[in-house]
Write a protein that binds this ligand. Structure first.
Ligand SMILES: Cc1ncc(COP(=O)(O)O)c(C=O)c1O
Length: 451
């Protein structure tokens, strides 16, 4: 059955950048699609806000009922350049008409090489690098761990509390939170060890103290000589946008280097201008041995990468890495378009401006609400941790209620956090500032209604 589209313009970049609600959210056509979905799609897959989208561009998502919603989530940090960004559309349209797949492992093509060249150039460090492309973030993390184990001849992998690295068997083991990611899905991959991250709001430690705590756990419980890799999100994403105290990352990186352990920076959520730099590692000048990327890399098409030191990446036997679809030519064309958009519009600076707006709006809400324990983040990746007033006790119920209130008013916000009490903001970096301010006013009203 097809859904009639409303007679409003539906082209991504041409979408009027205005919030407009014609029906309740979700509206009747979305509800009808939701009923069809329930009979066809596994319940194992959830949706934050079941409005069915027909178009997106800038900071707007248009749904089947003609509602225009403000997008403060970017499909979880993916549409950094906005939906249907002009250079993504042009490159994809051109590529899809030429050829859609050969498999790089059978007969290669230039786009794959060009994306690897761009990754080698843009990722931290000016040493010689190599890259390999995959389909999803989890697959990139899996491959980074494969490379690290093979190169070092060691098996143990250290991950952190509150970490999120994906939903495959190995990456579930690396991910911290049980519900919904791991519950009932074990047993998990062995030789994964978890140590505390730096969470200044909750642990009160300096970066050096938090690093010492983590390192002493590695030394006593794993043994540095057994560790192939330390896998770290330089600013944790799903865990609740946890920004480690200054110096934590540097101390962990120094320890890894001194112990022959490879440092893998998982920049799947933080990469590609999201935090105001090309990569979050740039903030403290960290140069990881390997870095994983996905999400924002390709303007919405599925693509992921592992980039790292040439000697490490080239240590793998030919044929040891790969996959049928990895580095698909259409996804590579999209990535080249997305990177061109980031450069042309200086989206790293845009992330900085967006971050200032988010931080000041959320600080003002925090000052009058008492429900926000901490506002934190960097660039276009900012969150508010919601607590029971007067305490630091997580308040997931209020967090969910505020998110629902925003959704009902046509503002797409996401939650996160080990305790489910973090409201997070990841707008497209092409969102008009007045739209962002309007969206944040709606968030403020949702807090005020619970004063
Ligand atoms: C830091 C991080 N690593 C890995 C992943 C997994 O990526 P994907 O969902 O593409 O497998 C995510 C997804 O949210 C992520 O945020």
């Amino acid at each position: 059955m097809s859904i009639d589209t409303p007679t409003l313009p539906v082209f991504g970049p041409g979408l009027t950048q205005q919030r407009q609600l014609l029906t309740a959210v979700p509206g009747p056509r979305s509800l009808e699609l939701q009923r069809r979905r329930e009979a066809a799609v596994s319940r194992g897959i959830g949706s934050v806000l079941p409005v069915y989208v027909i178009a997106g561009g800038g900071g707007i998502l248009r749904d089947v009922d003609g509602n225009s919603l403000i997008d403060l989530g970017s499909g979880i940090a993916v549409t950094t350049v906005g939906n249907s960004a002009p250079q993504v559309v042009a490159n994809v349209t051109d590529q899809v008409a030429k050829f859609t797949h050969t498999c790089f492992m059978v007969t290669p093509y230039e786009g794959y090489v060009e994306v690897c060249e761009a990754l080698n150039e843009l990722t931290p460090g000016d040493h010689e690098k190599r890259s390999a492309l995959f389909n999803s973030g989890a697959e990139a993390v899996e491959n980074a761990v494969k490379v690290a184990r093979s190169y070092t001849g060691r098996q143990a992998v250290v991950a952190f509390e509150h970490a999120y690295h994906g939903r495959t068997n190995l990456t579930m083991a690396l991910t911290a939170k049980n519900m919904p990611y791991k519950h009932t899905f074990g047993p998990f991959s062995p030789e994964v060890y978890r140590v505390p991250f730096s969470y200044p709001y909750r642990d009160g430690l300096t970066g050096a103290e938090a690093a010492e705590r983590a390192i002493s756990r590695i030394d006593s419980e794993v043994g540095a000589g057994n560790v192939a890799a330390i896998l770290i999100e330089p600013l944790q994403g799903e865990g609740g946008f946890i920004v480690p105290a200054e110096g934590f990352l540097t101390a962990i990186a120094d320890y890894a280097r001194a112990s022959g352990i490879l440092l893998i920076a998982d920049e799947i959520q933080t990469g590609f201008c999201r935090t105001g730099d090309w990569f979050a590692c740039d903030h403290e000048g960290i140069v990881p041995d390997l870095i994983t990327t996905a999400k924002g890399i390709a303007g919405g098409l599925p693509l992921a990468g592992v980039t790292g030191r040439a000697d490490v990446m080239d240590s793998i036997h030919t044929g040891g890495l790969g996959g049928t679809f990895g580095g698909n030519p259409v996804a590579c064309a999209a990535a080249l378009g997305a990177i061109a958009e980031m450069r042309e519009h200086d989206l790293c600076s845009a992330a900085g401006r967006i971050g200032s707006i988010l931080l000041s709006a959320l600080a003002a809400i925090a000052a009058r609400s008492g429900r926000i324990g901490e506002v934190r983040g960097r660039g276009g990746m900012i969150a508010a941790e919601i607590v029971v007033p007067g305490t630091s006790q997580p308040d997931p119920a209020t967090t969910a209620a505020i998110a629902r209130a925003c959704h009902a008013e046509g503002v797409v916000v996401l939650t996160a956090g080990t305790y489910g009490n973090v409201l997070r903001f990841l707008p497209p970096l092409t969102i008009p500032e007045d739209l962002l301010i309007e969206g944040l006013a709606v968030v403020g009203e949702a807090f005020d209604a619970r004063a």
